[in-house]
Design a protein around this ligand. Structure first.
Ligand code: DAH
Length: 342
């Protein structure tokens, strides 16, 4: 067979192999076998020097033609295979935007923390600052300094959790923070103190041995009972709605004189009487009063110079009223189905 015939055969064979390559790898293999260093066409091109001068131009021309045409076919096939591969990739990666998205769970503040924040914000808006005190307290701050000496009947009203150390207890209310702040601050004092309190109570729908309170204290020149009432009214409207009214009922607390329990008009029936307010039309939300002169002089203030009011509220109670929660234990059981609602 002449070299020209052989070239013709290689050409056909090459065209066929290249155009039928079904993958980029297969195409590369075909390229190597015809145009690679030891490829069928390369071998012929390399051997041109051995040919007679007569044969060389025709065979050289033909060999180069075959090479070029195979190169062309390779690049065409390569384009085809590449676009096919791309199509396939796009098809595999197609995103169905009609499918529902995945829901990511994001954490948020516990309802009690939200309520504390809300109360705090309201009083910060009125010029108060936030104060803190220890949860493990001494009898002195929890009782004595709050005008509640050991033989005072009010002490037995609170079921106190004592530690093994004499005179050290878990605070039964946030009121001791009042004393701690006044001891180290000169009037005027405007503070609120949110925090945990503890009592020896068996858990039931309205009792929890640990609960939260927010304490408030304002001491300044000429503070009156009217200031207390106005302040609490602003708070109640902010917390429970602009239509709410408040009512003060005479009460007793050792550290305030006079003292009052404060009710808000029922958020369900607006005072008409319903199941939530047991038909009374009012809901008790906090205790308050004018700071007892004994308490003021105990921290070195002059009761002739300054006067003050104080109040204390249970955060869980406020949350329960505001959201219609009927069992305080729900706040501490950490059932996400309950907590996630708020
Ligand atoms: N400490 C009281 C309690 O836990 C609540 C209270 C009542 C706080 C009157 C006060 C107040 O500051 O003036 O029941």
């Amino acid at each position: 067979m002449s070299i020209l015939d052989k070239l013709e055969e290689i050409s056909k064979e090459g065209q066929k192999e290249v155009s039928s390559a079904s993958s980029l790898e297969g195409l590369e293999a075909a390229r190597v076998s015809f145009l690679g260093k030891k490829g069928k066409i390369t071998v012929i091109l390399k051997s041109l020097g051995d040919l007679s001068l007569e044969d060389r131009p025709a065979i050289g021309k033909k060999a180069n033609e075959v090479r070029r045409s195979i190169e062309n076919t390779i690049s065409k096939r390569k384009e085809e295979l590449e676009s096919k591969a791309l199509e396939q990739k796009l098809e595999e990666e197609v995103i169905d935007i009609t499918l529902p998205g995945r829901c990511f769970f994001t954490g948020k503040k516990h309802l009690i923390t939200q309520i504390v924040d809300e109360i705090t914000d309201t009083f910060i808006g009125l010029g108060y600052r936030v104060a803190e005190g220890p949860e493990v307290e001494t009898e002195y701050y929890n009782f004595d300094a709050l005008n509640t000496p050991a033989d005072h009947p009010a002490r037995s009203l609170m079921d106190t959790l004592y530690t093994q150390k004499d005179g050290v207890l878990l605070r039964t209310h946030t009121s001791p923070v009042q004393i701690r702040i006044m001891e180290k601050t000169l009037p005027p004092v405007y503070i609120i103190a949110p925090g945990k309190a503890y009592r020896r109570d068996v858990p039931d729908p309205s009792h929890s041995p640990m609960f939260h309170q927010v304490e408030g204290l304002a001491v300044d020149k000429n503070i009156t009972f009217g200031d207390l009432k106005g302040t609490l009214e602003v708070f109640a409207k902010k917390m429970f709605g602009a239509d709410r009214k408040i009512r003060l009922r005479p009460h007793f607390f050792p550290f305030t004189e006079p003292s009052a329990e404060v009710d808000v008009s029922c958020i369900m029936c607006d005072g008409k009487g319903c199941r939530v307010c047991s038909g009374v039309g009012w809901l008790e939300i906090l205790g308050a009063g004018m700071v007892d002169p004994n308490v003021l002089s105990g921290v070195g203030y002059d009761p002739e110079e300054v006067s003050g009011f104080a109040f204390g509220m249970g955060v869980e109670r406020i949350a329960m009223l505001k959201y219609g929660v009927n069992d305080i234990r729900l706040f501490f059981e950490n059932d996400m189905r309950f907590l996630a609602q708020f």
